[in-house]
Write a protein that binds this ligand. Structure first.
Ligand SMILES: Cc1cc2nc3c(=O)[nH]c(=O)nc-3n(C[C@H](O)[C@H](O)[C@H](O)COP(=O)(O)OP(=O)(O)OC[C@H]3O[C@@H](n4cnc5c(N)ncnc54)[C@H](O)[C@@H]3O)c2cc1C
Length: 507
């Protein structure tokens, strides 16, 4: 979902002399205002790990540090039985909705270090435990979840799954796989590496200015929360899953469930048509239209048409990946709507929360490309795509490839907006064609630069369109996963039999 990389150091224009790939025009390449020598990576999910691999391969940076709020690597795939705090619906109505699950908590004096001794005081222990859970933020997985991508596609290039792995891997296997990858990089949580700091949440990122007021890098405020031994906590500061998938799993346990489907959500760019997804929804699901608002149930009933009462019910938002960065408040502006640019010198990155904007190639923040975001696209195979986005970031920041001028990046951005039908939900969605165009672009751009400077050439990932096609069709045709981990069909008829043969784990 989210990864941000930030470079910090001192000012001197660099890279202006080096050759550049001619992106859209022949304008001079972008010249960074300071040499990039130190990089912070926020998040140790697959995107963060891939960035780290690409950055450390360059042997260019003086310091690369990953900050991860959780105690383990793996990001979304770190399952635990802990529950995230429930978020009151009303929180979404304010103008600071984007603070998401935390508000930066910064003491007036930094560094700050405090030890809490709960000892046998049960209520204090409960409170600290609640703080610890909020700090790491349990991931939105459920016990029976299996990957909806076949293992050969949910695989980091250059780091294979063990031979014979099930295609529909249980989440515990994906977590194990990612932790092995982190170990291979030497940054798992037992590795004692100073390149990574677990239990460390980035609270705030702000510009680092010199005494003339010019930006020379970034400052991060970090919050570390550690339980050292029983009852003692240390708080420290210093500078789709698709809705249909959820519905399928939950309907075994829930008496009634409602699946909300927007009238206009049938995006023709999606690799699998909406009808195909919906055909696999369990029979006891009630389909409803778009939800316009949530409000508490009145004490004495009286619901009017068009409203649904969920007494003692819960709501699952399967509404897409979250696009908000509580640690970057200066780049949020919820008063900007639609395709408007903001009336400010620096453009916002988040506006109404439906998309992330102002990024070149969905990656580099155009107004200050020492900020980069990896894993913002949807519809892609994060484990594979991340290699190319990570390489682009590492090569640009180490001077091995170049961004076009800021004007050319903005032109490219607005052209992309036009091509993708505007800034709205789904803006970052890449269908098969856009996905392969993007990968081709990364490879052509980075290889053109590599020929100039002797860097390794990149290859495109193997074309697995046919395999994915079979996989998706088989699942949409009603393939379920048996508890023993093997895929099977719920109902077998003549046509489905072919899919069954195609999807078998030993195929
Ligand atoms: C239920 C579910 C099922 C999915 N199934 C699949 C699937 O089958 N196949 C597939 O390819 N994808 C699937 N996905 C998509 C999944 O998000 C990607 O596979 C992948 O995990 C994205 O990796 P990432 O590193 O970009 O983000 P994440 O895995 O979300 O990692 C982000 C990391 O950043 C950390 N972080 C966030 N904020 C801060 C902060 N302020 N300070 C420090 N650290 C911070 C988080 O703790 C987290 O570790 C699924 C997603 C969900 C929710």
């Amino acid at each position: 979902m989210l990864v941000v990389l930030i470079a910090a150091s001192i000012a001197i224009p660099v890279f202006a002399q080096q050759a550049h790939f001619e992106h859209l025009d022949n304008s001079a390449p972008y010249g960074f205002e300071w040499p990039i020598k130190e990089v912070a990576v926020i998040g140790a999910g697959v995107s963060g790990l891939l960035s780290y691999r690409a950055l450390s391969d360059k042997h260019h940076f003086d310091r690369i540090r990953i900050f991860e709020r959780d105690e383990n690597p793996g990001g979304n795939w770190h399952y635990s039985d802990e529950h995230a705090a429930t978020v009151p619906i009303a929180s979404g109505l304010g103008c600071d909705w984007w603070k998401a699950d935390y508000t930066a908590n910064i003491p007036s004096q930094i560094p700050f270090h405090k030890v809490y001794k709960a000892g046998s005081n049960e209520s204090l222990r409960d409170e600290f435990e609640k703080n610890r859970i909020n700090h790491r933020q349990p991931k939105p997985l459920w016990q029976s979840l299996r990957a909806n991508t076949p293992a050969p596609q949910q695989q980091v290039p250059g780091f294979s799954w063990p031979f014979g792995v099930e295609w529909a891997s249980h989440h515990s296997k994906v977590q194990r796989y990612l932790r092995s990858f982190a170990s291979w990089l030497g940054i798992n949580n037992g590795d004692q590496s100073t390149d990574v700091s677990y239990n460390t949440r980035v609270e705030l990122v702000s510009k680092r200015l010199d005494n003339k007021g010019r930006q020379t890098g970034w400052t991060l405020v970090l919050r570390k929360y550690v339980q050292t031994y029983q009852g003692v906590y240390v708080e420290q500061y210093w500078e789709e899953a698709s809705a249909t998938g959820i519905s399928l799993d939950i309907n075994t346990f829930a008496k009634t469930s409602y699946l909300s489907v927007r009238e206009h959500s049938n995006d023709p760019r999606a690799p699998i048509r909406r009808e195909a997804h919906l055909s696999s929804v369990a029979g006891n699901t009630t389909m409803i239209g778009e939800i316009k608002a949530f409000h508490p149930i009145p004490k004495h009933g009286n619901m009017s048409t068009g409203e649904i009462e969920l007494l003692n019910g819960t709501i699952i938002f399967g509404t897409g990946f979250r696009y908000a960065f509580p640690f970057l408040p200066q780049y949020h502006n919820s008063s900007v709507s639609g395709n408007e640019p903001a009336d400010s010198e620096e453009q916002p990155i988040v506006t109404d929360g439906s998309h992330v904007r102002s990024l070149y190639l969905d990656t580099f923040y155009i107004d200050q490309p020492t900020l980069a975001f990896q894993g913002q696209n949807v519809g892609i195979q994060t484990f594979i795509y991340g290699k190319y986005a990570g390489e682009a970031i590492a090569r640009v920041w180490s001077g091995k490839a170049h961004l076009p001028s800021a004007q050319a990046q903005w032109r490219h951005f607005w052209k992309t907006v036009e091509e993708r039908g505007g800034l709205k939900k789904g803006f970052q969605w890449l269908d098969n064609e856009l996905n392969s165009r993007s990968l081709n672009y990364f490879v052509a751009w980075l290889n053109a630069a590599a020929i100039e400077n002797g860097e390794k050439l990149l290859e495109l990932p193997p074309d697995v369109t046919d395999v994915m096609d079979v996989w998706m069709k088989a699942r949409a045709a009603g393939v379920s996963v048996n508890p023993d981990g093997r895929n099977d069909l719920q109902e077998i008829d003549h046509v489905q039999h072919q899919w069954r043969a195609a999807i078998r784990d030993d195929w």
